[in-house]
Design a protein around this ligand. Structure first.
Ligand code: COA
Length: 593
């Protein structure tokens, strides 16, 4: 490993990339602390306290103050190729159908994103949402490029290496692009084909969405998927809303149709993303429902299946079942939990002996749906209903004692979503997956999902307490080392999926499988005799009732700020380690130039 450095992560928020860098660079042996970009004076104070060797800025919404970059080496992660500048890097790349994109680490200077280049990575650009590309390829590329840049710091300090100045030569494809405005994103339903509409909505997803209208009401569109016009709608006008499925609306295009899963109405009392059929409940109720069949043909991929949150597949020999639940942002509302419960019931009726639960591609699960809770007439009652519904899902998984269950984490998991995974017998995660197996960040939420049963039995009481208390992101390989999960493998999604298939097949064909299942059933019965699951649930829910209905409103306040994305006003102490009492600043580092 390169020399250990003191690294200050200066970031607008502790987003997925910041979490990954925090965990990975810490595991690399660096001393890492975090400060949110709140005000110049706060950043200056943090830098004075921590005296970092280098400031790394994974996610900023404004320029680094000159008082900082002139005196301290500051490296910016820009989600664009070398030469690209501006605040809408990925938006332009996705909307304009770039075949390849990248991420660049550059040194902060007066002109934003125009400093000398320390490192960069390129990748093929998939047809996916901006948020999905950012969480996947951009994050992996940024980590590799930041590691390369950090390895160069000692050489640079010694004057033996210089970053490459950004000069706009013909071989530099990137260029300065303006902020993408809603006018640039506008949809012309009468002229644009499905591919163009999908590209525009994906380029704006998760933020800011594409300003459009549904049922003549202005709203922002998110979560778009290819669709087909159902029989009887061959002549529907482009833009017309044709049908509904779960939370989504099907809208006609000139060459077919697209599904719109989520919308945001700025003029509503709930100005945040919600399932489209919830926002337009009265209008949606008049539309025909086009239910998706749960059982998908073996080997069918998502594109062939069309839009669906839940899909169940079986291998040809019927030994292995795979249940996917691709909920937008990994958030699981009461209704989604109930649908998932029904799908688990279906999987249970099948004669398979191994069941893989592979969640969604972007997230495995992030627990109860904080947006639908916030929008409910009584958020406390809806929190209660949602936690009961997700607990029912956990209970169903724990109760699958006639087969082996595997949670395959293709994407990150947070809060209740982590413990839902622990309800399975085996938990495997893709390398690079970040888990947040704790609840306290959401206003000191106690949490349920049978975590008081599932967590200590995997890691022991003491480690369980530490995991819950530390409230830190955990890399999948760290989770595996601690015994929280069973294994971590597969450098990317394709390798992980192939390896999960191979391992699950091997288990399904293992002559020792019957004994494994019998042993599992025996263990479950013994655990139940010692303390019934109902007792764990009742005790957890008693604590949750205090969160929902008690005199301390912290959970409701935290959820409100999370859903409304309120700007941060301070950095939590467990991240801003330089602000811990007793922290002593080492001797200040040398100015940059
Ligand atoms: N309910 C609703 N939306 C959720 C959600 C949840 N439980 N968890 C995440 N999201 C949304 C975020 O609001 C964000 O929305 P966006 O598309 O508008 O940007 C998106 O999912 C991605 O989440 P983000 O927080 O940006 O991802 P991250 O990788 O930075 O952080 C977590 C991941 C899990 C740490 C963070 O999302 C989180 O704390 N989620 C809440 C978990 C929770 O407390 N659940 C309830 C208790 S079970």
């Amino acid at each position: 490993m390169a020399a250990a450095l003191r690294i200050l992560l200066l970031t607008h928020s502790f987003n997925g990339l910041a979490q990954r860098l925090f965990a990975e660079l810490g595991a690399d042996g660096h001393a890492v602390s975090v400060e949110f970009d709140i005000a110049d004076s706060v950043t200056e104070e943090a830098v004075a306290l921590f005296a970092p060797d280098v400031i790394v800025a994974p996610f900023l919404k404004r320029a680094v103050p000159e008082t900082i970059w002139r005196r301290h080496l500051t490296l910016i992660v820009h989600p664009g190729i070398v030469g690209d500048r501006g605040p809408s890097a990925l938006d332009w790349a996705i909307q304009e159908g770039e075949a390849a994109w990248g991420v660049t680490v550059l040194q902060a200077e007066a002109e934003m994103d125009a400093g000398p280049v320390w490192a960069s990575r390129a990748f093929p650009l998939r047809a996916a949402s901006k948020a999905d590309v950012y969480r996947n390829e951009t994050t992996a590329g940024a980590l590799a490029a930041v590691r390369e840049a950090l390895a160069r710091v000692p050489e640079w300090r010694a004057g033996r290496w210089q970053p490459r100045p950004l000069v706009q030569t013909p071989d530099v494809r990137g260029r300065l692009r303006p902020l993408m405005r809603q006018a640039d994103r506008a949809l012309d339903w009468a002229r644009m084909d499905s591919a163009a509409i999908l590209a525009r909505i994906r380029a704006a997803d998760g933020f800011p969405g594409v300003a459009d209208a549904l049922f003549e009401q202005p709203c922002q569109l998110f979560d778009a998927h290819p669709g087909r016009r159902p029989a009887g709608f061959e002549h529907a006008a482009p833009g017309a809303v044709l049908a509904r499925r779960d939370g989504a609306l099907l809208r006609a295009t000139v060459d077919g149709a697209v599904w719109i899963g989520h919308v945001r109405r700025a003029d509503s009392p709930h100005p945040f993303k919600l399932p489209a059929t919830l926002v337009f409940a009265a209008e949606a109720a008049t539309l025909p429902e086009l239910p998706a069949t749960l059982m998908a043909p073996a080997g069918a991929d998502r594109a062939e299946l069309g839009y669906r949150e839940l899909a169940y597949r079986e291998t040809d020999n019927g030994a292995l079942g795979v249940l996917s639940f691709d909920f937008y942002n990994g958030a699981m509302s009461t209704a989604q939990c109930r649908r998932l419960l029904a799908a688990i019931g279906f999987a249970r009726s099948r004669p398979t002996r191994v069941l893989v639960l592979d969640g969604g591609a972007g997230f495995w699960s992030n627990g109860i749906h904080l947006n639908t809770i916030e929008a409910a007439a009584s958020p406390a009652d809806e929190s209660s209903a949602n936690i009961e519904a997700i607990d029912d899902v956990c209970l169903a998984l724990i109760g699958l004692t006639d087969r082996l269950t595997i949670a395959a984490l293709r994407g990150n998991a947070g809060a209740g979503g982590c413990f839902l995974a622990l309800a399975c017998d085996r938990v495997w995660a893709r390398e690079g997956v970040v888990m947040n197996p704790h609840y306290k960040n959401m206003g000191n939420l106690f949490g349920s999902e049978y975590w008081t049963y599932l967590l200590p039995r995997r890691v022991g009481e003491e480690a369980a307490r530490a995991i819950m208390h530390n409230r830190l992101p955990l890399l999948a390989r760290q989770a595996a080392a601690q015994g929280l999960i069973d294994d971590c493998f597969g450098a990317d999604r394709a390798h992980f999926a192939a390896e999960v298939r191979a391992r699950a097949h091997a288990l399904a064909g293992d002559p020792g499988l019957a004994a494994l299942i019998a042993d599992k059933a025996r263990r479950r019965a013994a655990d139940e005799a010692e303390r019934p699951l109902a007792a764990y649930r009742a005790a957890e829910l008693a604590m949750m009732r205090r969160n929902f209905y008690g005199f301390d409103p912290s959970y409701h306040v935290a959820r409100y700020h999370f859903v409304l994305k309120s700007p941060q006003s301070w950095t939590p102490r467990h991240l801003a380690r330089h602000r811990e009492l007793g922290w002593r600043a080492p001797a200040a580092s040398a100015p940059v130039a």
